[in-house]
Design a protein around this ligand. Structure first.
Ligand code: NI
Length: 191
């Protein structure tokens, strides 16, 4: 297991479609090591999620975990979840807007619109089917990670470029107001 280098915006791998993981490869030591590396790298960087393309592997695999995350204090907790070949189905038509950031886009945040209620179908790290329903900010986190597998970054989805902000300026000018808005999203949609 090792902490891997996280690729940054501009690296062509982040802009390349990731391939489906063949079922028979999931149990291989190579793939299981990749899953462990992804988890370790996500945790070392305090990420809420990390997708395999972000560590240079173009396969449809991502990890999510939120446990009182210091990078995203308003995010509801998510237990460690491994998604292989995930497919997202949007439920209903409600959407919400929230600031997003990304370990592959250092020091930038911006407001993105996300579906408020989704169902994720995937395989877990043992190759077993997994179906998760998620709402609100948690639903947004899933959509952000699966976007990486389709070569999409949050900057592509920013609703208004004027919302782009560095983390320092976010803390100084937007955080207080947004903590209230984020709490309202959690209250309205749950997680
Ligand atoms: Ni990201």
């Amino acid at each position: 297991m090792s902490v891997r280098k996280i690729l940054h915006l501009g690296h062509p791998t982040l802009r390349t479609l990731a391939k489906e993981v063949p079922l028979e490869e999931i149990a291989s030591p190579e793939f299981q090591t990749l899953v462990d590396d992804l988890i370790e790298t996500m945790r070392a960087a305090n990420g809420a999620g990390l997708a395999a393309p972000q560590i240079g592997e173009l396969v449809r695999l991502c990890a999510l975990e939120v446990n009182k995350n210091p990078r995203y204090p308003y995010k509801p907790d998510i237990p460690l979840t491994i998604l292989i070949n995930p497919v997202i189905e949007v439920i209903g038509q409600e959407a919400f807007q929230n600031y997003e950031g990304c370990l592959s886009v250092p020091n930038l945040r911006g407001v993105v619109s996300r579906a408020a209620h989704i169902r994720v179908s995937a395989l877990n790290r043992h190759g077993e089917p997994l179906v998760i329903e998620a709402k609100g900010i948690t639903a947004g986190t899933y959509q952000h990670e699966v976007d990486h597998l389709d070569a999409t970054l949050f900057v592509d989805r920013v609703v208004d470029r004027q919302t782009l902000t560095t983390w320092e300026q976010f803390d100084e000018f937007h955080k207080e107001e947004w903590l209230v808005a984020a709490a309202q999203i959690v209250e309205r949609f749950g997680s």
